[in-house]
Design a binder for this molecule. Sequence first.
Ligand code: GDP
Ligand code: IMO
Ligand code: MG
Length: 424
Amino acid sequence: MVVGTQWGDEGKGRFTDLLSRQMDMVVRYQGGHNAGHTLVVDGQTFKLQLVPSGVLYPHVTPVIGNGVVIDPMVLIDEMDRLAEAGVDCGRLKVSGNAHLIFPYHQALDVVAERHLGRNKLGTTKRGIGPAYADKAARVGLRVQDLLDPKIFREKLGVVLHEKNPLLAKVYNRLPFDLETLATQYLEECRPRIEPHIADTVGLLHDALEAGQNLLFEGAQAMFLDLDHGTYPFVTSSNPVAGGVCVGAGIGPRHVDRVIGVTKAYISRVGSGPFPSELTDEVGDRLVDVGREYGTNTKRRRRCGWLDTVMLRHAVRVNSLSDLAITKLDVLDALDPIKVCVAYEVDGQRRSSMPYHQSEIHRASPIFEELPGWGTDLSAVSDRAKLPGEAEDYLRFIEEQAGVPATLVSVGPGRDQFIAFSPVP
Ligand code: GDP
Ligand code: IMO
Ligand code: MG
């Protein structure tokens, strides 16, 4: 598994792409098109939202599991864009049990945020939260419903009966027309999605029994997890490693390696606490050098120093076996480099994550300073060629985390990485 250990955008896509070389299937198990995973291959950039990052390899079967929420228009658009770039999505499998996102989900996401005013979550406004809410409320429509127009219309009618008055009377928005939506989904989307619909749980288990290699690609990250993140400033799914069991239908004993993708510093888009946040010119430097603008929403990401209180918590909750550290090159010109190793909360030093949200809001970072290396790392591909200070920084992270770093990236390109242990 590949999971994010921070607030997203750690570089999960680029390492999923790299590890996909040796995989038979690459599987998304949660989230939706709130994700934006960037792959840079031979100078060509791919921004993926729903299609798993293994799609570039013709031998890989990309799978969208039951735990994902799918806007079919977005998926079709993404498949078309990939086809234009010469990437065939014919092998893509989509779970019939995955839930569908509708335009009313997006409309509700937008108005709910507006309603919250200055307490807004800063969602991606893609309808993700409302779609998962309908799933939990058992009024969601699933991909398999596209295959039965009568049932599809019936279910949609029931949902609109509730959503339309809510949109019109509470939020003063236009209602949605049943026939317009049904036509769009059943006549425009269904023919494009139907060839991909599959029993993905059966497919994954057949592959496991045949001894194939499966890679699960997390979207979002540990601290955006609905249960383990900085609630309510989270997404509405479970990106943590445990999410794979529910979101793909795999028992925990099948997962033998969990790679925690960790940016050499931290970024966050949207609202919520961020103890090691930098609001000074160093933060601006990280945004500029790291190009920290949202892959989809183009929003400026908030940046801060690496936080090992968070990292240790991510190691525990995800049972991380190792770390993949990204964007080390972004720190090239910084000196000193700081790492948050503990928090001060109400005058007390805390080296583990407070469970109480108010304490996380009140936490101030306790930093250790490490010397910078002042060298361009972007062409380093061999650990032995890393400057001593960079090696020390990585060792410091490993010690703090208690698990080894096995991959380190020094640029966005597929080949811009250093393998600390052989890449499988
Ligand atoms: P994801 O959502 O976790 O897959 O990450 P994103 O793709 O949203 O954000 C990571 C960004 O950093 C992308 O623009 C990548 O191309 C870029 N990136 C990934 N690894 C590196 C790296 O080692 N160095 C630099 N400079 N950029 C990187
Ligand atoms: P990847 O997979 C970074 C954030 C949003 C917002 C919160 C809730 O590219 O790492 P949502 O639309 O999910 O209800 O928004 O979660 N968020 C992400 N931040 N990377 C992502 O995905 C994100 N997906 C959601 O900015 O704060
Ligand atoms: Mg991203």
